[in-house]
Design a protein around this ligand. Sequence first.
Ligand code: CO
Length: 485
Amino acid sequence: MVQITELVFRDGHQSVLATRLRTEDMLPIAKTVDEVGFFSVEVWGGATFDVCLRYLAEDPWERLRLFKQNMPNTPLQMLERAMNIVAYRNFPDDIVIKFIELAHKNGVDYFRIFDALNDLRNLKVPIEAAKKVGAHVQGALCYAISPVHTVEYYVEQFKELVKMGCDSLCIKDMAGIISPQRAYDIIKACKEEGIKVPIDLHSHATSGMADLAYIKACEAGVDIIDCCISPLAGGTGHPPTESIVAGLMDTPYDPGYDLQLLAKCRDYLQKVWEKYKHLHREQAMKVDPSVTVHQIPGGMLSNFVIQLEQFGAVDKYHEVLLETARVQKDFGWPPLVTPTSQIIGVQATLNVVFGRYKRVTKETKDYVKGMYGNPPAEISDEVKEMVLGPNWRDEVITCRPADLLEPMYKKTREEMASKGLPTTPEWIVSYALFPAQTEDFLRGRSKPEFTSQQLPLELGPGERRFKARLNGSEYDVVILKSKGG
Ligand code: CO
């Protein structure tokens, strides 16, 4: 039997609706999702924390507590970006540890922890913190296509993660680029090498290969696959839960979930999907198999066009694709995911427009100095000199990047107290991560982009809105005209 991690309340809407689902639009179906019996339901972390404060004027901690109350039977999962927590730069150990304690206290049972470079030094502190509070730790490795990201590389890194205390493991293919055979080979090798903890495959539907990869992963003995209930599945999102469950029936991998219950979830989420129609992006829902040709994730390709337009050099598109592979090699083959995909994409564009490393961004310098962590392969002295200049030896660091950071918790509390802001632990760590957004929220200055009641923002001719009762609570439902064609 294979189990499923359900993603609709986090990665699902982060991938296809710009992370904008409001808590009140998710809660009405939470109890039904809870009844399905998923391995876990991802509800928190990633971009949701930032978006709650920045765009929704919502308390992310309250969201977590509400999910917990409404889903008492299913382990709740968060995506934790190692030393970046739920933000975009490194934080000191004290903030990371405190954040994890509080996340657990407010409702997170499973922590999926990853680092963009797969630098295990960056995973050590969050893994230890989550173990210490008694949570389940899932150690995740980003999937990449490169000469160093071999089957052996993943097996060895996963073995290390087991030694570090992980209760399960995850191949995190955030760009949706893993091929079915590759998924099979990695999982099979892990099992043959005696890795006993459950293994999860997380992929995205972007390239159109994910469903096939999941089937091959099942054949290799995968324990968990990540899916999203159908109205929010597909495209840059994930394989649809109901289709995968139905598709695995009569096989040894059948998760045995109730399709009627899943249909109930689908019916509700279809209304939510229609309600958020102002966020629909046709491009995001299209299959983009370009990665099968040049191994660069689709998201990066559209950025290249935008960047080249700024320099009036759209005709250099093909050169930038070739240069991207060279820069990725120069940089020690980091996975092409946030933030490395942006750093490499911008640098490759600059190299093509102005000459190789004639112009270098601050991010490129920080990366080559080691401020993000160790890349999978060494960066050559030659590249370090091109990027950092002749005195590069004085600038590179060899320690764990967070070792250079001063503790922050106490200072943050003092700063908040001096401003008259409430100093509960939850708000202290929120302020450490996102000071401006947290202060605005606490002072009641945050403005939501839209409220649930205002959605959809505009109704077309013949479309209407009415009140309905769903799962015991009254709910705004919108009937849209079906789109033609
Ligand atoms: Co994902």
